[in-house]
Design a binder for this molecule. Structure first.
Ligand code: ATP
Ligand code: MG
Length: 548
């Protein structure tokens, strides 16, 4: 899907100004990063950040690093590191360098010592609760900790002993000495280091003190020479601390932080913490459950990376908080898949049709894509017993019904026009079979005097394969489950998965996993990567029927 979206946004405008003013000399000096914490799988919100950061580097000819912000060993795992790498690559981006914040633990430690020596950091023995009480409120200043005036020598000694493992978790923290009366709470002597006797997925048991996010993030950006450090709006209030860290640690390079609004999509939660909960409670079938708003879930569902990138381009980047309609994501998938997906035939509620005048089976060549000959054809066997969808036949109907009626004509996709001549019912009066005849000479051609009401799909009964269809709906009944009172689990959609058993054309047995097809007149489907039998996940419906 090629779409001429002008990818301009306020961040690119800032970059353009920085180049005009000479702050940066060449577009190739622009350096961004995508810094996920490896504490879960990436979601569509991260896709927005990836497209933004990597997209800028690509378009300016600059660089973008993938950096794991791995400063909290408690929640982080190597499984997540691997999953994140895979998702970024699948989305179509290549990092210039791959780093871990933990690569810089020694440098962070030195920077902390530098701050202590400048009288800008101190070891505090207060408990977490005491520190909270001394912090003050938005309307009242905080009060200084009794440990705030420790000597530099004492601080240096205690900090070294923190590193050496002499103290228990929580016994001490290293705090920045800024201003306990600052109107910005983030500047009221924030913690820079805490003690945590826990093994780390990269550094093992080497460290038992770990840097706090704001300190580590600012210094990592500075160490890597990031020019524009892009993050979400909730970090706006942290920017003064970010700048304080870079400046006072005397880093050789000064990155600038810019904030944009998070992506939220209706009927979804967009936070690793909440998504972890869905996985842990078994409500979904893992991080890549096709209903999950994770990149891996979308991939398993059959969403192509092009569709996710198109979606990110279309929603743009701003500073205003908003909730994106689910239809925007669906429409991006449809627009891409309509061009990219080969067509196949499947019947979800099979009704037998017997043809009385087909002397022998015929092998038909059917186009894979109606508007794109280059996608070739496939051979499909046409025999005298077919299945059509039950909804595609009525004994009688008015002209609006563009399908098969008794004594009426319909074209079978890629095959003949047929005429229904007789209906067979069971003892309950339910139709069990339709007797029909082909119109000779109508294969791929019109025949004079014969007017088909419409085109329907079919499968040959003896060749068709059994397929299982998974139709997905949203996971939540509320547009903003995070904003509702109580727990998000109170708003689960109990019908988010519907299983249907149908018949598909034989070529579907060879469908590669996660590659979407258009099942003619039904929707876009891709073979599931986990199920052993032939399960097809619905990527998206052909038309928007949401809320009907
Ligand atoms: P989560 O709450 O899901 O863990 P996070 O912001 O803590 O989100 P990180 O792993 O720290 O997750 O995020 C990596 C990058 O992705 C950050 O720069 C962050 O700003 C960005 N990001 C995370 N969620 C979104 C979102 N919903 N929309 C846009 N960007 C996001
Ligand atoms: Mg986080």
């Amino acid at each position: 899907m090629s779409e001429n979206i002008v990818r301009t946004n306020f961040i690119r405008q800032i970059i353009d100004k920085d180049l005009e003013s000479g702050k940066y000399q060449r577009p190739s000096d622009i350096h961004t990063r995508f810094p996920p914490e490896p504490n879960g799988y990436l979601h569509i919100g991260h896709a927005k950040s990836i497209c933004l950061n990597f997209g800028i580097a690509r378009d300016y000819g600059g660089r973008c690093n993938l950096r794991f912000d791995d400063t909290n060993p408690t929640k982080e795992e190597i499984e997540y590191v691997e999953a994140i790498k895979k998702d970024v690559e699948w989305l179509g981006f290549k990092w210039d360098d791959l780093f871990y914040a933990s690569d810089y633990f020694e440098k962070f430690y030195e920077a902390a010592i530098h701050l202590i020596k400048k009288g800008l950091a101190y070891v505090d023995d207060s408990s977490a609760e005491e520190i909270r009480q001394m912090r003050g409120t938005l309307t009242e200043p905080g009060i200084n900790s009794p440990y705030r005036e420790r000597s530099i020598a004492e601080n240096l000694d205690l900090f070294a002993r923190m590193r050496a493992g002499e103290f228990e978790d929580g016994a001490k923290v290293l705090r920045a000495k800024i201003d306990m009366a600052s109107p910005n709470m983030n500047l009221r002597d924030p913690a820079l280091y805490r003690i945590r006797h826990e093994a780390h997925h990269q550094t093992g048991d080497k460290w038992c003190i770990y840097p706090m996010y704001d300190f580590a993030h600012a210094l990592s950006d500075a160490i890597e020479g990031i020019t524009h450090s892009i993050c979400t709006l909730e970090f706006e209030d942290h920017r003064p601390l970010y700048d304080w860290c870079v400046e006072n640690a005397d880093m050789p390079h000064t990155p600038r932080q810019y904030e944009f609004s998070r992506l939220n999509i209706e009927y979804n939660v967009m936070s690793k913490r909440l998504l972890t909960q869905l996985v842990a409670t078994g409500i979904v079938d893992g991080w890549n459950d096709p209903r999950m708003p994770t990149i891996s879930g979308l991939r398993r569902r059959g969403c192509p990376p092009e569709a996710l990138r198109l979606f990110c381009d279309r929603i743009g980047v701003t500073k205003s908080e908003n909730m994106i309609e689910l239809q925007q994501l669906s429409q991006s998938m449809r627009d891409v898949l309509n061009e990219m997906a080969d067509r196949r035939m499947a019947v979800l509620d099979p009704l037998k049709v017997t043809l009385t005048n087909l002397p022998h089976d015929e092998l038909l060549e059917i186009a894979n894509h109606p508007q794109d000959e280059s996608r070739g054809t496939r051979s499909v066997n046409f025999s005298n017993t077919l299945y059509i969808d039950r909804a595609d036949f009525k004994e009688e109907a008015n002209k609006k019904y563009k399908r098969l009626v008794l004594d009426g004509y319909v074209r079978l996709r890629g095959a003949y026009i047929i005429k229904a001549t007789e209906v067979i019912k069971d003892e309950n009066g339910e139709i069990v079979e339709v007797i029909a005849e082909i119109i000779p000479g109508s294969l791929g051609k019109n025949v004079e005097g014969v007017k088909a009401r419409g085109v329907i799909q079919w499968v040959s009964a003896k060749d068709a394969i059994d397929i299982t269809i998974h139709n997905y709906d949203v996971l939540f009944t509320e547009k903003n489950p995070q904003g509702m009172p109580g727990d998000m689990l109170d708003y689960l959609n109990k019908d988010s998965l519907t299983v249907v058993y149908g018949k598909g054309e034989p070529a579907l047995a060879d469908a590669p996993i996660e590659q979407a097809y258009q099942f003619e007149r039904i929707g876009y489907y891709a073979r599931d990567s986990k199920a052993e039998e032939l399960v097809f996940n619905r990527v998206v419906e052909l038309k928007d029927s949401f809320g009907e």
